[in-house]
Write a protein that binds this ligand. Structure first.
Ligand SMILES: Cc1cc2nc3c(=O)[nH]c(=O)nc-3n(C[C@H](O)[C@H](O)[C@H](O)COP(=O)(O)O)c2cc1C
Length: 164
């Protein structure tokens, strides 16, 4: 009888389920920007407009999101691969290495050159499940930024839309 799988099998399974790529950003109460690359993004509800992201419990970005109660979702376009790599790198100076500006309403970090859309979101609930926390949030506003072709991630590699 199969009673469970380890992380290697689970990763292999999920790598066969491709997704878009987002950079989730927020700022500390003193204004310091925080952000990470995130593909665990899922629509939850249409009315109200809710989505979820899952963030590792040790993430500094998660702690800042829980403190502030708001975040911005930067949906990367096909030219956003370097930004995705930077925000997955763990580098503490990631915001010094990239162009960004504040979002219109909440002044959260917007990566306008790398994203085709940015959504300002307010946290409605956080649920810790295993080593990640599910952050359920309401979309408050959307800014359309540029070319709509999204960056894709699957089989542990980046790809463009439409796939070659
Ligand atoms: C394509 C891709 C998708 C990722 N998706 C997630 C995710 O959904 N949740 C997460 O916690 N980490 C995800 N990561 C890993 C984080 O981006 C990485 O661990 C980051 O350094 C965390 O930053 P922080 O701990 O400073 O907040 C992803 C990495 C890559 C390359």
């Amino acid at each position: 009888m199969i009673i469970g799988v380890g992380p290697t099998t689970f990763r292999a399974l999920m790598s066969t389920f491709p997704s878009g790529v987002a950079i989730v950003t927020t700022s500390e109460t003193d204004g310091a920007p925080r952000g990470l690359t995130c593909s665990s993004l899922c629509s939850v509800s249409l009315e109200p407009p809710l989505l979820l992201v899952c963030i590792g419990n040790g993430s500094g970005t998660l702690a800042a999101i829980q403190d502030r109660g708001v975040f911005a979702l930067n949906l990367l376009h096909h030219g956003g691969r370097e930004a995705a790599e930077l925000f997955a790198s763990g580098r503490p100076d990631r915001f010094q290495r990239i162009e960004w500006r504040p979002t219109p309403n909440l002044a959260l970090p917007c990566l306008a050159a790398h994203a085709h859309a940015a959504a300002e979101c307010a946290v409605r609930r956080c649920v810790t499940m295993g080593d990640h926390t599910v952050v359920i949030a309401e979309v408050l506003d959307v800014e359309w930024l540029g070319p709509a072709e999204p960056l894709l991630y699957g089989l542990r590699t980046y790809a463009e839309w439409p796939p070659a």
